[in-house]
Ligand binder design. Structure first.
Ligand code: GLV
Length: 326
């Protein structure tokens, strides 16, 4: 019997490819280059499934050109690379990779917050450049984490993980803003208080962004929002590029209208706004919040389980548009 044909759009763990090969005729991407839209479309014309990693755009035009496609399995919790309504209209299932990365990503959000508030990157560059010749009382003085006010915008699983780290580990007062308010049990577990976005921006010492990207969340933080923040505040973005207006942020950082920022995601990444590269008070990392090997393996296995679950058993684990299963 011929096996269903699938594409794995980027290089992934060899053991996950081997698992997939037990069920499918797998075309891997041996070059590991991000496929152009034309290349992706061409490769998907004869496939029933695709393993994506978050960078591959699946839209109505591609779906119309690839009528045999039945499932797109993203190895990422975010899925703004998928046009889900277009997929549903075409009867194509989308799946993402939630839960398995929550704690790792919350760890990273906290690490980026610590590095930003305590100026770890900036001071390390200073040391490596041979500029450390003497002690001074205010050298790289940063802002405290413990006992300060943490404001979280986007209180899903990862936001809740960051809230718990802040409240339980560092005695922080936690404020949050979210599309919908959490139930009182979850609020109590996170020791978090729901406030308006404006109140959060005005009162938090550290603002962490963990909202999914959509047209509605585009530039959640722009010049007007940055102007509301305290001049001593830090801003952390581990959500998606486009949630922050990077040009406006670079300007605010240069003018010291806020103290510092930590960014793991960027508008138009892997390009980074040139003005961010030249301001000292920003910590920049290349979209690595979920990057530990055990977590990346769990994400890859979950995407593979979705392909196997759906194409072999008719039961995907984490469907985004379960209505296509009906
Ligand atoms: C990473 O950004 C993810 O969405 O998993």
């Amino acid at each position: 019997m011929t096996k269903p044909r699938i594409l794995v759009a980027r290089a992934i763990f060899p053991e996950v490819i081997e698992r997939l090969k037990q069920h499918f005729d797998v075309e891997p991407n041996l070059t590991d280059e991000l496929l152009s839209k034309a290349q992706l479309t061409e490769k998907l014309r004869d496939k029933v499934g695709v393993f994506t990693t978050g960078g591959e755009r699946i839209d109505a035009e591609l779906l119309a050109a690839c009528p045999s496609l039945k499932i797109c399995a993203n190895m990422a919790v975010g899925y703004n690379n998928f046009d889900v309504p277009a997929m549903t209209a075409a009867g194509v299932l989308g799946t993402n990779a939630p839960d398995v990365l929550t704690e790792t990503t919350a760890d990273f959000g906290f690490a980026l917050l610590m590095a930003t508030a305590r100026r770890i990157s900036e001071s390390e560059h200073f040391l490596r450049a041979g500029k450390w010749t003497r002690w001074s009382y205010d050298m790289f003085a940063g802002s405290d984490i413990h006992g300060s006010t943490l404001g979280i915008i986007g209180m899903g699983r990862i936001g809740q993980g960051i809230a718990k780290r802040g409240a339980l580990g560092f005695g922080m007062k936690v404020l949050y803003h979210n599309r919908s308010r959490l139930d009182s049990i979850t609020e109590a577990e996170c020791k978090a208080r729901y406030v308006s976005k404006e109140e959060l921006l005005k009162t938090a010492d550290h603002v962490v962004l963990v909202v999914p990207y959509s047209a509605a969340s585009h530039h959640t933080i722009g010049a007007a929002e940055l102007a509301l923040m305290k001049p001593t505040a830090t801003l952390i973005n581990i959500a998606r590029g486009g949630i922050v207006d990077d040009a406006a942020l670079a300007k605010a950082l240069r003018e010291k209208r806020i103290a510092a920022a930590g960014l793991d995601v960027f508008e138009g990444e892997p390009k980074v706004h040139p003005n961010l590269l030249t301001v000292p008070n920003v910590v920049l990392t290349p979209h690595i919040a979920s990057a530990t090997l055990p977590t990346r393996l769990a994400m890859a296995n979950l995407a593979a389980d979705n392909l196997i679950g759906f194409l072999v058993n008719g039961k995907p684990l984490t469907p985004l548009n379960p209505e296509v299963l009906a």
